[in-house]
Design a protein around this ligand. Structure first.
Ligand code: NAP
Length: 292
């Protein structure tokens, strides 16, 4: 039997509706609309598309969204100056600096300059530290989207074996933190799972992956996960976005659908969830900064 689809597009629509209702309640209480400032440097086509989608999603949910478009030759000092102004602007609750930045700019210096209280992506080391300590201010968007996609589709996590393929600071590492932690009042979205993180130095990736009740591919390598990597009936989440012959494809081979119990598609899986969690974090930042 083919795998049940983990439909991120449908779940994202539901969760955006829930967020829009909370935004409308704030407006009715005469509170400022949650505001996102997106910063786009240069003319990378994929980045332009991502920022456009984020802007449309925020506007549709009743939030304020301003896109700051800067030339590719913007200096690091100019970009830091803009970030400082956004940090000080009370109408801005979330700041998103779209990556990748041009090579002459140090990404980590920019991400560390964003006020942790407005770090809607949850990339700042202070926020990653709070997450690691079990007191998150925000959850990072893609990992949070993955966890919601599993939990809201009834995939059990507590006590299960989870294998994550990839250990980046943006996806694999914070996802491992979220999935291994014990849920509690200060940390409600936590998996209570037994987590293994695989990477390019992992020996016999297929054998490691076959242990998983829940397998998450975030390697950025097309078809790195094949049916040979999957325990029959496992839930498989495909985070990867790769362009092969001009077509968007994930990290999971399509034949995995015949072995897995659940499978997220690409497109229409994790991608829409990531943007939804950015919206969630910006509303959360507004509630933390201006009051719930
Ligand atoms: P990244 O920084 O390149 O990290 C990739 C990770 O995968 C690294 O830890 C790497 O191991 C590991 N890896 C690569 N090839 C592997 C292999 N053959 N076997 C085992 N491990 C392997 O990428 P990222 O930023 O985490 O993103 C991962 C993917 O998710 C990309 O395709 C990205 O576009 C996608 N993504 C999607 C969304 C979304 O919303 N859908 C959001 C973010 C990212 P080493 O550490 O050993 O190098």
């Amino acid at each position: 039997m083919p795998a049940i689809k983990l439909d991120g597009k449908a779940l994202a629509a539901t969760m955006r509706g829930e967020i829009a209702a909370r935004v409308a309640a704030r407006a009715a209480a005469r509170k400022r609309a949650p505001g996102l400032a997106a910063v786009l440097v240069g003319d990378d086509k994929a980045s332009q598309q991502y920022v456009k989608m984020k802007h449309e999603t925020f506007t549709a949910a009743g939030c304020a969204s301003v896109v700051h478009r800067l030339a590719a030759d913007t200096t690091q000092a100019q970009l830091l100056d803009l970030v400082a102004r956004l940090n000080a602007d009370p109408a801005v609750h979330g700041i998103l600096v779209q990556l990748p930045l041009p090579k002459h700019i140090d990404d980590s210096a920019i991400l560390r300059a964003v006020s942790p209280a407005k770090d809607a992506d949850c990339f700042h080391p202070e926020n990653l530290g709070l997450l690691a300590a079990g007191f998150p201010r925000f959850y990072p968007c893609t990992p949070h989207g993955v966890v919601q996609l599993l939990l809201r589709n009834g995939v059990a996590l507590a006590g299960k074996e989870v294998v994550i393929v990839g250990r980046s600071n943006i996806v694999g590492k914070p996802l491992a933190l979220m999935l291994m932690q014990k849920p509690g009042t200060a940390n409600p979205v936590a998996g209570d799972a037994t987590v293994t993180v695989a990477h390019t130095r992992t020996t016999d990736l297929a054998a490691v992956c076959r242990r998983a009740d829940v397998l998450i591919a975030c390697a950025g390598r097309a078809a790195v996960v094949t049916p040979e990597h999957v325990k029959p009936g496992a839930a498989v989440v495909d985070v990867g976005t790769n362009f092969v012959g001009g077509k968007l494809t994930g990290d999971v081979h399509p034949a995995v659908a015949d072995v897995a119990g659940w499978l997220s598609p690409v497109p229409g899986g994790v991608g829409p969830m990531t943007i939804t969690m950015l919206l969630h974090n910006t509303l959360s930042a507004a509630e933390q900064l201006d009051g719930a």
